[in-house]
Design a protein around this ligand. Structure first.
Ligand SMILES: C[S@@+](CC[C@H](N)C(=O)[O-])C[C@H]1O[C@@H](n2cnc3c(N)ncnc32)[C@H](O)[C@@H]1O
Length: 269
């Protein structure tokens, strides 16, 4: 199975773009979607922690316990770096692990908040991964997931799956050309047509997108394999009808980007 080196991309993100301003953005995006004033006293589990930015945000928001894990050792190293920046706190554990690995998952304690943003569609078995991640939510706890939207038009999800495969197989120079073409086609031209400044767009993107970076996200989008996708209805049906969660909040995508879901595990579940 082709797997994009997410962790290397996160390493570059931390080296080039990490700032306290981005941590603040990450904190705001977490609280806003969770509809909570703080995470004080809560145990937060970050599945597929990537750069570790959201684990750090949870830590700074007062979570009493944080567990962060990722399948990619480079992502784990990134998160450990942020953990180290905070003086290796004892209530925050960072580990390597696979949400699809039953033995690993069974050792984890269910959490008040399970956060898995942009991860479960990259595992190679999205529905199983959602089920496993959902099993780690405590009764009454929150399940915050973001999953790529499914679109079936000509340049929809299946077309992008092919692009991603081509990107991953290409030598470095072709990757750079694909990135440049993407920027021209999907950022510069649309902005210029609207008489807007594309550089402002990029600056704004960095200010408004959960603390992420434009170029990091671009490579993550072009390369992110495995890649699965689902409509809002498909995810809702699976999580509500099959797993018994109640939907609490939703941010639906316009295009192919992530749909964000906040589910609650009902007490008797
Ligand atoms: C697009 S990144 C998202 C990172 C982070 N959640 C965020 O919102 O910035 C996806 C991450 O999921 C991780 N991942 C992919 N498959 C995984 C699996 N089976 N178990 C745990 N993590 C996984 C990747 O290594 C990568 O770091």
């Amino acid at each position: 199975m082709d797997r994009f080196p997410f962790g290397k991309n996160w390493e570059e993100f931390l080296e080039r773009y990490f700032s306290q301003e981005r941590v603040e953005q990450a904190k705001r995006s977490l609280l806003e979607f969770l509809e909570l004033p703080t995470l004080e006293g809560l145990y937060s589990l970050d599945i597929g922690c990537g750069s570790g930015l959201f684990s750090l945000a949870a830590y700074e928001l007062g979570a009493s316990k944080i567990i962060s894990f990722d399948i990619d050792p480079f992502s784990v190293r990134c998160c450990q770096r942020l953990w180290g920046m905070k003086g290796n706190p004892k209530n925050w554990e960072v580990m390597e692990g696979d949400i699809l690995n039953e033995a690993f998952v069974s050792k984890l304690e269910p959490a008040d908040i399970v956060y898995s943003w942009g991860v479960l569609h990259h595992t190679g078995n999205m529905w199983k991964a959602i089920e496993r991640a959902g099993s780690l939510v405590k009764p009454g706890g929150l399940f915050y997931i973001a999953l790529y939207n499914k679109r079936l038009e000509r340049k929809g999800s299946r077309y992008w799956l092919k692009v991603k495969k081509r990107y991953n197989k290409s030598p470095m120079i072709v990757k750079r050309i694909m990135e440049l073409t993407h920027i021209i086609r999907y950022t510069i031209i649309p902005q210029v047509i609207r008489l807007k400044n594309p550089f402002e767009y990029v600056k704004n993107y960095d200010k408004t997108s959960r603390g992420m970076g434009f170029y990091t996200d671009l490579k993550d989008w072009l390369g992110g394999l495995p890649y699965e996708f689902a409509t809002v209805c498909e995810v809702f049906r699976f999580c509500h009808k099959k797993l018994g969660f109640k939907l609490k909040n939703l941010k639906s995508a316009q295009g192919l980007e992530n749909n964000e879901f906040l589910f609650v595990k009902t007490q008797g579940q």
